[in-house]
Design a protein around this ligand. Structure first.
Ligand SMILES: Cc1cc2nc3c(=O)[nH]c(=O)nc-3n(C[C@H](O)[C@H](O)[C@H](O)COP(=O)(O)OP(=O)(O)OC[C@H]3O[C@@H](n4cnc5c(N)ncnc54)[C@H](O)[C@@H]3O)c2cc1C
Length: 399
């Protein structure tokens, strides 16, 4: 493994960093710019505008072939882009489209599907969401009940998805549905793509503990006609595509970069802020906590670099991706707890409302704290990752 970056790659990092400093930082650091508008509405309009600017630079399809809007960048350039975006919490990145849907379409889509679906993603015009989970199918995904009944040129889809991130403003959903009700659990599932505006598809937002209602939705399908042209791969063989898709999703080099941002913010805050006449960062407990987090962060980054390298070498990175997820999730929670301890009661002041001016670090850390709870659940729970590492990585028997 060689993790040194060439001059060209370093130049690329500088270019992305300068773009983000200009186009994202002024808003990221001052959410009060939302003014009288609801924060979510402001945020969505902003990230959609940023996405188009990223697309105009050719950064959303970095590793793809040129004919679909890509620019065949090296794997390290792709890594750099993910790190730099992650440092700003991926503001402006249609992550489900670029990191999750596009690799599936590239690997399993037909030529027609690639030409139709990929260029709008590369231009930053197309936001997607992922419809796997259902009320009775989370970790046990093969238990999903949504039906896709073949009917001429379409599948008639009926069922319910849940915890669908970004569903309220995504244009497309990729999802799994049961196309052969008689087949065994993992068989008889198809991987489909639908436009969210299709009659019979409805997203209903769920407000989560951060107070946001744009994060999650339930998605209901009621006899929704999904064109057969949107079947990815073979009918009834969608399980294998979904499993391959989850590997890259669990590789979290961007989320480890977000933690870098937290650590930088917190170190700066501890170095600049005084409490009871002393700089917070001169307290040995605070220093040691920050130093421990720095060590854990460095380890987390190395694991993530290895996952990216394995993927670049064309090696199946399944168990390694689970390691990435299994490190980043709990580390996020430990860091969030430490942030709470260091900021004290002031850390509980959010970015909005009457006391917003009192919020340390623009109130970002309150949301980080609340959001951290979900990090051992999303993209497969922590326990599921440990099971995968034990079985696929260590060769232990399936329980
Ligand atoms: C922030 C966030 C975003 C999400 N976005 C999406 C999305 O966009 N699209 C989507 O489809 N889903 C999404 N999800 C759903 C996510 O994939 C599920 O929450 C996850 O798969 C777990 O399923 P569940 O919630 O039904 O929990 P369950 O599967 O019911 O698990 C409950 C508990 O039991 C444990 N458990 C279950 N099975 C085992 C086992 N075999 N061994 C050991 N322990 C086990 C789990 O680890 C967990 O602690 C999101 C979730 C979150 C938190």
């Amino acid at each position: 493994m060689d993790f040194t970056f060439s001059l060209q790659e370093e130049m690329f990092r500088r270019e992305v960093r300068a773009f983000l400093a200009r186009e994202v930082a002024p808003y990221y650091e001052r959410p009060e710019l939302a003014g009288a508008r609801a924060y979510e509405e402001w945020h969505i309009a902003l990230i959609k505008a940023i996405a188009k600017k990223l697309g105009a630079r050719g950064w959303l399809g970095l590793g793809w072939p040129e004919e679909y809007g890509g620019r065949k960048a090296t794997w390290k350039e792709q890594l750099i882009f993910k790190e730099e975006m992650g440092y700003y919490e991926n503001w402006g990145l249609p992550r489900q489209a670029v990191n999750m849907a596009a690799p599936v379409i590239l690997a399993h889509g037909t030529e027609e599907q690639k030409r139709r679906l990929l260029p709008p993603i590369a231009r930053g015009e197309s936001w997607w969401c992922q419809g796997y989970s259902e009320p009775e199918a989370g970790s046990d995904l093969a238990n999903l009940q949504t039906r896709a009944v073949p009917d001429g040129d379409v599948f008639r889809v009926t069922g319910q998805k849940i915890w669908t991130s970004r569903a309220t403003y995504a244009g497309h959903i990729f999802f799994l549905a049961r196309s052969d009700a008689r087949a065994q659990r993992h068989r008889g599932l198809s991987f489909l793509v639908a436009e969210m505006g299709t009659p019979g598809i409805e997203a209903r937002p769920i407000t989560n503990m951060t107070g946001a209602s744009d994060d999650f939705s339930e998605v209901f399908f009621t006899d929704a006609p999904v064109p057969r042209a949107n079947l990815i791969g073979e009918q009834d063989r969608g399980w294998y595509i979904a499993m391959a898709q989850l590997g890259p999703e669990r590789a979290q080099v961007d989320f480890i970069a977000t933690l870098r941002r937290r650590l930088d913010d917190l170190s700066r805050y501890a170095g600049e802020t005084t409490r009871n006449g002393r700089t917070i960062g001169s307290d040995p407990l605070v220093r040691h906590k920050l130093a421990e987090m720095e060590i854990e962060w460095q380890m987390g980054r190395l694991v993530n670099y290895r996952v990216a390298w394995l993927a670049a070498m064309g090696q199946q990175a399944g168990a390694a991706s689970s390691q990435s997820k299994a490190i980043v999730g709990p580390l996020t929670q430990r860091m969030a707890k430490a942030v709470g301890e260091i900021l004290g009661l002031e850390g509980q002041v959010g970015a909005y409302g009457e006391r917003a001016h009192r919020a340390p670090l623009g109130g970002r850390l309150l949301r980080f704290y609340l959001d951290s709870v979900s990090r051992t659940f999303n993209a497969g729970t922590h326990e599921v990752q440990l099971n995968l590492i034990a079985t696929r990585g260590l060769g232990l028997p399936v329980g």
